[in-house]
Design a protein around this ligand. Structure first.
Ligand code: ADP
Length: 628
């Protein structure tokens, strides 16, 4: 028999397990039991439609045996079992290699943390064992196989004797050392407590022969050992236990194990409904997006149970896209056990559950927004982008549901505010919601138009994410108040007299502006004077609803190269700035220099507005010419 080597990444993990100083070594038992439970579920599921299985629902079980003499701890199940191939594949490679690769460059100390971070499953047995034997017979197969490994050296697989379908994992517990008392894993009380602690909710019985001393009847003072088979777990799934009986820690541990997260969830939502749809749901909002959350590979969905039996690992129809960050499960009383995926999609019951879950998630988020602002901000940092896309997608169909969950940083209040809070804080005379776009708040503060709005005492929402402006455009207005980009040409905070005066000035300088526009060609739509600038001489504004930021975002999208969009820009010059007089003078005396100044001013406006200069070489030459 040839000894096979573990795949390289598994080998690394194996080494780590063997030498682990991980403080929660005891989790190996939970991992082994949870594998058995999955295997039982799989065979049970088959047994619903296939009478050949021949096991009654209440005969599925997990059996634990302790052999102190031989220092073995054995966990058996009558689940689906593994073929030779599956033994090789499943136990020879670490299952979640994706997440492992992710962290594999870390040093020793962090390595230890991986054990806590990811459900490394079967491999954790090597934290407490120096040899592990797995005997298994797969459902539908005639031959059983034995997988043996003493750790990093690799493993062997050979045929073995076994009549019944299922799997037995025999762990040879390591000898005690000065620091580690591995023998505790051969103690029946310890094992009982561990099962209770980590695996109580497993829905199949976990049984063990338990030996206690009992008084011998009729003989006072005499005791004898009595061995009885005990079921160690209560078998009530955590979501079926009364909420007040379940500790936060229980929910957190359940979440981390079931959904392979290394952090506690941000929030746990448990809900149950009776009536038109009878179900229990246990939902979690994670603290952080999973590493593939913003990729195409990410699949949303909740686990779907029917009367306590898992029928689908990820049911996407239970969650709207904009709440795809939610993890958890739904256990329904009304679904048929062997309903197919195709049928599920059209199941009215499921649609009803989705609708109620959506409402529940929304109301929990609103509660958090109201009562736990810091926590909500943490949530929004992680998943806010998804909500904003939710507003934007499907032509704004879900905008109503989501608009009150949005928060943006406010310039005036220096913190995140909802749209409602923005409006509530508006001073008299303000009837528009102002926002400005840029990469960072600091950059946005440099936009010349911001000064004008701030000077009026109006608040500005900082939009720093690409989707932000699209999201607000989709909303169009909030509570009757329109949104306006401070760079929009329609930004006009002048009084009627001021407006008239400006109009007259623009009219008078009409010819000069035409000459200037000619120099810049189709880069801009027009040149004109404005009152909206305080310190700065120039700025760019956009006409027709497509802002500079939107232009940047749209053109950066995949496939945009051949079909670029262009914001319609206006070069605005401060009417009160000294440069205005200078330009008028040049128009009369020195048209050639006016051309150069026009180019320079346009360059400046681009720089300030965060738009790259079209011809940096020419710009710098013109600047030098002025210097010399
Ligand atoms: P995970 O359980 O996270 O997939 P494990 O390393 O614990 O990772 O197990 C790897 C795979 O081995 C499981 O996905 C399952 O297919 C198989 N397996 C483990 N234990 C059993 C068992 N008792 N019965 C059947 N298959 C099992």
């Amino acid at each position: 028999m040839r000894t096979k080597q573990f795949k390289s990444e598994s080998k690394k993990l194996m080494d780590m397990m063997i030498n682990s100083i991980y403080t929660h070594k005891e989790i190996f038992l939970r991992e082994i039991i949870s594998n058995s439970s999955d295997a039982l579920d799989k065979l049970y599921f088959i047994s619903l439609t296939d009478t050949k299985v021949g096991i009654k629902p209440d005969e599925f079980k997990i059996d634990i045996k302790i052999d102190k003499e031989n220092r073995t701890l054995t966990v058996s199940d009558n689940g689906i079992g593994m073929t030779e191939d599956e033994l090789d594949k499943n136990l020879g490679t670490i299952a979640k290699s994706g997440s492992f690769d992710f962290k594999s460059e870390n040093g020793e100390s962090e390595n230890v943390d991986i054990i806590g971070q990811f459900g490394v499953g079967f491999y954790s047995t090597f934290m407490v064992s120096d040899k592990v034997v797995v005997e298994s017979k797969a459902y539908g197969s005639d031959t059983a196989f034995r997988w043996t490994s003493t750790g990093a050296d690799g493993y062997t697989i050979e045929p073995c004797e076994r009549t019944s379908v299922g799997t037995t994992v025999i762990m040879h517990i390591k000898p005690d050392t000065d620091d580690e008392k591995y023998s505790e894993f051969l103690d029946q009380y310890k094992i009982r407590d561990l099962v209770k602690k980590h695996s109580d909710y497993i829905r199949h019985p976990i049984v063990m022969a338990f030996t206690t001393k009992k008084a011998v009847e009729g003989k006072e003072g005499e005791y004898e050992d009595v061995t009885e088979i005990r079921t160690l777990n209560s078998m009530i799934p955590i979501w079926k236990r009364p909420k007040k009986e379940v500790k936060d820690e229980d929910y957190n541990n359940f979440y981390k194990e079931k959904f392979s997260d290394y952090q506690d969830p941000l929030t746990v939502i448990s809900s149950s409904t009776e009536g038109t749809a009878t179900y229990k749901a246990l939902l979690f909002i994670p603290k952080h997006p999973p590493f593939d959350y913003y990729t195409k590979e990410f699949e949303k969905g909740l686990q779907l149970y029917s009367k306590g039996v898992l029928i689908m690992e990820k049911c996407p129809d239970l969650l709207p896209d904009y709440f795809s960050f939610v993890k958890g499960l739904v256990d329904s009383e009304d679904l048929s056990l062997n309903i197919s995926r195709e049928m599920l999609q059209h199941d009215a019951q499921l649609k009803l559950i989705e609708k109620t879950l959506e409402k529940k998630i929304k109301s929990e988020l609103e509660k958090m927004l109201k009562n736990e602002r810091e926590k909500y901000e943490e949530f929004f940092k992680a998943f806010g982008v998804g909500l904003k896309f939710g507003v934007y997608n499907d032509f704004g169909m879900h905008a109503e549901v989501l608009k009150d969950l949005l928060i943006f940083k406010s310039s005036k209040q220096g913190k995140f505010v909802t749209l409602k809070e923005y409006i509530e804080a508006m001073p008299e005379g303000q009837d528009t919601i102002y926002y400005a776009c840029g990469e960072t708040e600091e950059r946005i503060d440099l936009i010349p138009q911001c000064d004008t709005v701030k000077d009026k005492g109006f608040d500005i929402l900082y939009l720093t994410e690409n989707v932000d402006e699209f999201c607000l455009m989709m909303l169009r207005e909030y509570d009757g108040k329109k949104f306006m980009n401070v760079c929009d040409e329609n930004l006009n905070l002048d009084s009627d007299d001021e407006k008239k005066e400006l109009e007259a000035e623009n009219e008078a300088a009409k010819d000069m502006f035409s000459a200037m526009k000619e120099v810049l060609g189709d880069k801009i739509n027009a040149v004109r004077f404005t009152n909206k600038l305080k310190k700065h001489p120039v700025c760019l504004t956009s006409e027709g609803g497509l802002s500079l930021e939107m232009e940047k975002t749209l053109n950066a999208m995949p496939g945009a190269a051949d079909n670029k969009v262009k914001a319609q820009l206006v070069l605005e010059i401060s009417a009160s700035h000294k440069i205005a007089e200078k330009l008028k003078k040049l128009y009369n005396d020195d048209p050639e220099t006016l051309k150069k100044y026009t180019k320079l001013l346009y360059g400046e406006a681009c720089l300030i507005g965060g738009k790259p200069i079209d011809d940096p070489a020419e710009h710098s030459e013109l600047v030098c010419e002025l210097m010399l």
